[in-house]
Every structure is written in C-alpha cells, then in structure tokens.
Write a protein that binds this ligand. Structure first.
Ligand SMILES: [Zn+2]
Ligand SMILES: [Zn+2]
Length: 319
C-alpha cells in the first residue's frame, strides 16, 4: 500500500476533525482550499518522524540492553537465584525465603510460603513484548493480529525512534568482554557487576527519554504494552477476554517500569537471618532484582535505592 493512500486515509479522518471544529464558526467551508493544506501538514509531520536527535539515544538503549543481558547471564552462572513455581516471586540467593507472600498461580491461594525452584534469566529480566509496526501503521484490528510480529517492547520503541533494530553490531556489545567461566575471579565478577548495573541504569534512562517523545501505552488490567500513538485491538485483554464486551484493553500512558519491569525482590542484609523469616517482613529491605544481583557480585547500588534497600535498618533478630 502506497504512502499516498495511507496519507489520504489519515487526511479523511483529520478532515472530519476539522468539520467538527469549524461547524460553529463557518457554514461555508472551502474544501478545495482546505484539503491541500491539511495534506501538506501531515506530509511534513511524517518527515519529522523519527526525530534525528533521538536516534543515538535509541541505539544506546539497544547497546546497553545487549550488555545487560550478557552481564546478567554471566553473573547468574556464579550467583544462583530462586523463582517461585506458582507465582512471579523471585529471590536473589541460593535458598529462597520463608516470607508468606505467595498467592499461587492466578492468585487462587493466599499468604503461603513460596515453592522455590531454580530461577533463570527470564525471571530477572522479565520479557515484555509488543507488536512490531511499520512506520505508518494504522490501528491494528483483531483479525490482523497474525500479520504483525511480537518483539521486545523496548526494541519496538527503539525501532520507532529510528534505530535499526536488526543491526547485529548493536546487539553484540558485551560479548566482546573477557570470556567468563567458572574460574573467573571475584574481582573480575565485581567489575562485570559494575558494568552490568550501569547498563541497566543507562538503558532505563534511555527508555525514559524515548518515552517523552514516542508514546507507548499499557493496559491498566493485563499489562499488554503497545508502542505507538493509539492502542491496538489485536489481542484480547488477558483479564477480560471471557467477558461479554470482548476483552477490550484499557490503555493508559506507559512508563519505564511497564517496558522494563524492575521486579522488586526482598533482600538479605548482613544483619538478617540466613533465610528471611515471615515475622521480619516489615524490616527487610527490597531492591530491583538486577540491582540486587549486581550488589551481591560487588557493585555499589545508586543512592536512589537506599530508601528501599534499608542497608542499615534493624533486623528481627535484634528484637
Ligand atoms: Zn509464590
Ligand atoms: Zn488488557
């Protein structure tokens, strides 16, 4: 479908917008004059998109994302994590904890201890996918849903900001670092942890900047993310798909956490018992999972997390 045809479609919608606005002021509307004017404005808007200055920001996000994945997967070989079999709970440590916050699969139980199994990369860097759109894509309808690829939402945001997300050199960053194996020294791991934490912070900062310019939406109920100005109708809302009104999503503006979930975990400090107990739950600290992993491997957490990490807070064993 040619660009011209798409522009014409948008134009017709815009014109109907103009009618609504003009109706009260003028009964005589000169369509022949108005139409080329609107067309020109829309064409100009398309030229400005994507904004050139944002392309390096988007490319940096892709590079930092690659570093993050590489760093976290290497650290995970040395620092085991535990995930709950029945809910999204995660713990950065060998044993899990005894805090009774498990609600089970689909929240069918309440306040139970978690059932710990070995965690993996996807538990710590939670995958969030979105539809990959063409530049001038109209709203996706439900019956078109198989025409579009699902790709990581962060990459879709970078793509809409003008980065070439299929450029393999951008994705290969982090792989050039020292090859890490079981014999890697704690010092080398600490260095990697610092780099990985920086990549995480830089990536989130980049995504924040992109979201100021390129809109994204998230469903209030099911966390489906859509990158682009208008929501989509392609997937039914996970929460309401069995409801009579056909599972429409409720879109609201997406924030960084919707595209890059922090995955907050309980953390064990030196003053805490070896395995965190339920009775101490008001005193323990928290941290985003990636931050906690990097801190355990020797990195210093940025000061903005001090408040939730409660590094020097008291512990239940002292009371
Ligand atoms: Zn659980
Ligand atoms: Zn939804």
């Amino acid at each position: 479908m040619g660009l011209r045809l798409k522009l014409t479609q948008i134009t017709l919608e815009d014109i109907s917008g103009y009618i609504k606005g003009y109706r009260w002021y003028s009964s005589k509307l000169d369509w022949n004059k108005l139409r080329p004017m609107i067309l020109k404005r829309i064409e100009k808007r398309a030229e400005d998109y994507p904004i050139k200055g944002m392309i390096p920001v988007a490319e940096d996000v892709i590079i930092n994302r690659a570093r993050l994945f590489e760093g976290v997967s290497t650290l995970l070989r040395h620092y085991p994590i535990k995930a709950c079999k029945f809910c999204p709970e995660l713990y950065i440590g060998k044993e899990g904890h005894l805090i009774k916050t498990c609600h089970g699969y689909r929240r069918h139980i309440k306040n139970q201890v978690h059932h710990w199994v070995d965690g993996a990369l996807n538990d710590i860097i939670v995958p969030v996918e979105a539809f990959h759109l063409n530049k001038f894509q109209d709203i996706i309808k439900h019956d078109q849903r198989f025409d579009f690829d699902r790709i990581p939402a962060v990459l879709e945001l970078c793509s809409q900001a003008g980065a070439d997300i299929f450029d393999q050199t951008l994705h290969s960053f982090g792989k050039d670092s020292v090859s890490f194996d079981v014999s890697t020294s704690p010092l080398e791991l600490a260095y990697l942890a610092v780099q990985t934490l920086k990549a995480w912070e830089d990536m989130r900062e980049g995504v924040q900047k992109l979201l100021l310019v390129y809109p994204a939406k998230v469903c209030k109920f099911c966390d489906e993310v859509h990158v682009g100005p208008s929501g989509h109708k392609a997937r039914l809302c996970g929460v309401f798909k069995y409801e009579t009104w056909r599972g429409t999503h409720f879109w609201k503006k997406a924030r960084v956490d919707d595209l890059v979930p922090q995955k907050i975990v309980w953390r064990r400090r030196n003053q805490d018992p070896l395995i965190l107990l339920d009775k101490g739950r008001n005193m323990y600290g928290h941290a985003p999972a990636v931050v906690e992993l990097c801190v355990q491997a020797g990195a210093h957490a940025p000061s903005k997390y001090a408040c939730i990490m409660k590094a020097n807070g008291s512990s239940p064993t002292l009371h």
